[in-house]
Design a protein around this ligand. Sequence first.
Ligand SMILES: Nc1ncnc2c1ncn2[C@@H]1O[C@H](COP(=O)(O)OP(=O)(O)OP(=O)(O)O)[C@@H](O)[C@H]1O
Ligand SMILES: Cc1ncsc1CCO
Ligand SMILES: [Mg+2]
Length: 269
Amino acid sequence: MTLPAQTFDARAAAAALAALRASAPLVHCLTNQVVSNFTANVLLAAGAAPAMVVAEEEAGEFAALASALLINVGTLERPQAAAMRAAIGAANLTGTPWVLDPVAVGALGWRTAFCRELLAFSPAVIRGNASEIIALAGGTGAGRGVDSTAQSDAALEAARALAREHGSLVLVTGATDYLVDAHAVRAIAGGTPRLQQVTGTGCALSALVAAACGCGAPRMDAVAAVSALMKLAGERAAPESRGSGSFAVALLDELGTLGGEDLAARWFA
Ligand SMILES: Nc1ncnc2c1ncn2[C@@H]1O[C@H](COP(=O)(O)OP(=O)(O)OP(=O)(O)O)[C@@H](O)[C@H]1O
Ligand SMILES: Cc1ncsc1CCO
Ligand SMILES: [Mg+2]
């Protein structure tokens, strides 16, 4: 049975965001072609340092010296799959935490099998929408392409099963984000549906999750912090913008401006 969700610790998250900004983690991104540039800009805005080192010949070398690694299968192709295996292998040898974003898992067979194979290599965090998390855990969660057809709370059982089996934290995103480990569920509510009208906000959040894993703060607090940061940046950007284009720009501005004290003021009960 799923545990009742508690709200997250906004003060601890605020401290974790400060630690992220202070440490400027170097995030190695093996991500999809659609969101690569946006992801790099989101990381920079939040105070991290992005690097997209994509060749199989270099991916292991770079993963070994990065603060954290992001694996996102959104536009997976065979050479990229080889680079991902190399990067994860090196990351696990050197203790670099890595994050899995299982884009469109459940909707497509090859990437579903690939992501299930990767679970054996213990991702620090799995971040996906509800359909992806349900499918990754073995359920019938096929979304509509890269989009979820389920609400995030429908994926809580699946998230807990993944957390238990693989020792990962799982962040299921949606109107409420749920951060799940084997013992607890923390809810981060808020944001704006506008976040779904710009491609790659979830993918870029997964990169921020990697930054959170590489910043030295307690992992649960740091991942909650970046979930809350994306939600609050969306809330602030929405009224400043005229449509998707200006929303994306305002979102980057807000990601760079908001600090831990803003998270605490928004969510501290
Ligand atoms: N209905 C909603 N209301 C508020 N925030 C939302 C809503 N749906 C998603 N979000 C937020 O949008 C961001 C992306 O989450 P989403 O679940 O859409 O990821 P995704 O489907 O993987 O996105 P993408 O594949 O485009 O990168 C998260 O910050 C999430 O909290
Ligand atoms: C639109 C799209 N197609 C493959 S990956 C991606 C980015 C959002 O997940
Ligand atoms: Mg996604």
